[in-house]
Write a protein that binds this ligand. Structure first.
Ligand code: URA
Length: 221
């Protein structure tokens, strides 16, 4: 594809990728092999927000390609989706050393990119994976209190976020890594993905004359 066949959305996405790869806003850039901007369909109405790249993601420059990613792929498959149909990114785009939790100042430094990605994709549904993503969307973007993922999961929140001009449905759930060796959390995560499927169907039905395919491809809009 030549440059002038790229849509303006694609061009904006490539610009964001370039800036993330060159970013030195926080110390995480010192440790990264590859930055991990995110991937998926720029036209998807569903965006998954994770925490931070791990070792494998840092090597490949792609989100959720390690063990947690395999579980995420399976959960998506169970509800008839794939990573190509949705959009996946993280609250920080570079791997924290030794896979420690991202710090608030790092999440804040990276929010410039997180928010640009949210505005670009302009999703109807945001699924937050784990505490950091849930807390970021609720408190920083939605000016709402956050009491931890186990208090919020299993429900759909209609929030007005300061980076989007419309209300979105936010579905908080566990981070897949937390469910890898915990069958109880895994069952709850699977239930939350069934909820995601239901919400996708109800949102797409409300859009008159639109099929699920239109929902993900935005019918050529
Ligand atoms: N965990 C995350 O939160 N994000 C990734 O990209 C990989 C693992």
């Amino acid at each position: 594809m030549t440059n002038n066949t790229h849509s303006s959305k694609e061009r904006m996405w490539y610009e964001i990728i370039k800036e993330i790869k060159e970013c030195t806003r926080c110390d995480l850039h010192k440790y990264r092999k590859k930055a991990v901007p995110g991937e998926g369909s720029l036209n998807s109405r569903v965006l998954f927000l994770g925490e931070a790249p791990g070792r494998k993601e840092d090597e490949e420059g792609r989100p959720f390609v390690g063990a947690a990613g395999k579980l995420l792929d399976a959960l998506l498959r169970n509800i008839g989706l794939s990573r190509e149909k949705v959009f996946i990114t993280n609250v920080v785009k570079c791997r924290p050393p030794n896979n420690r939790d991202p710090r608030e100042d790092e999440i804040c430094a990276c929010s410039v990119f997180t928010n640009r990605i949210l505005s670009l994709i302009d999703p109807d549904i945001i699924v937050t994976l784990g505490n950091h993503a849930g807390k970021y969307v609720f408190t920083i973007l939605g000016s709402r209190s956050w009491y931890g993922v186990s208090r919020h999961r299993g429900r759909v929140y209609e929030l007005t976020l300061n980076v989007l001009v419309k209300k979105v449905r936010v579905i908080p759930t566990y981070h897949p890594a937390a469910a890898l060796y915990n069958p109880i959390l895994r069952r709850e995560l699977e239930n939350d993905f069934m909820l995601i499927q239901k919400v996708i169907h109800s949102v797409s039905e409300k859009r008159e004359g639109r099929t699920l395919l239109d929902f993900f491809g935005r019918g050529g809009e």
